[in-house]
Design a protein around this ligand. Sequence first.
Ligand code: LER
Ligand code: MN
Length: 287
Amino acid sequence: MAHDSRFPGALSNGTGMRLAVTAAPDAGPKAPILFRGDLADCVADARAVGYEGIEVHVPNIWEFDAASFGSACAAEGMAVSALVSGQLNVRMGLSLCHEDGEKVRLAIDGLKRFVDAAATLRTGVVVGWVRGQVGADPAGKLARQAEGMAEVDAYAGSKNVPLYIEAINRYELDSLNTAWEIVQFIDGHNLKNTYIHLDTFHMNIDEYSPAKAIREVGPLLGYFHIAENTRWYPGHDRLDFDSVFATLEAVGYDGFVSVECLPYPTGPEAARRAFEFLRYRYFYDKR
Ligand code: LER
Ligand code: MN
């Protein structure tokens, strides 16, 4: 199968979707991060459950040692499913549409450093919260977001790294909340290395149905987060995962499905229960 630039590394080989899970050195009690602490330990613990990919929410990209993290992953046979850039905004207050031009410049520089790290780790970069709130000036700020994205998109292209814009629900971010809005944003600004990242939790709020959103995105789907309608681990509540996975297969999605859910009852226990639920129904040992 031809290389698909949506899925870097060795994954676009037609062998299907793989399961990943979230990790970070530290996170708040309600953050949807399941493995926390030393990242090499997170990789080993996630691999022991059975996950094939680790998604890292990097606290400070300027201090992140991608090469040594890559060695820790290689030692466990673990792929990096994505690097998530949200902490540029959450911890550092940077965004692509900030009124303060210096904060925009730093957001763009931070995203380029994410691209560098992703090139080392053969993975992609999630662009969510760092887009920023457009507030009462949607036209000006949306244009600023788009300018920043275009600059980072061109840089990502020079490094063969895909960017994944996440559709985040309206209560967290005030623009690009739906799959279709991001399709139009990517087409409208001619972004060549940017794909769409869907999350079942956000879709349950802002989409008619996850299946419809996945179909609308089709070949632009680059990354996927999975959690229940309540954001508990998959299998805990009432989201229709049969239709989600049937539609992912129908559109030929061949990338990671990353478990990003609340750390309840604990992060590692949620990771274990999610893996058990998903593996038998949709992954390695389908019944
Ligand atoms: C990040 O992937 C996400 O889904 C946001 O809701 C931030 O938690
Ligand atoms: Mn998400």
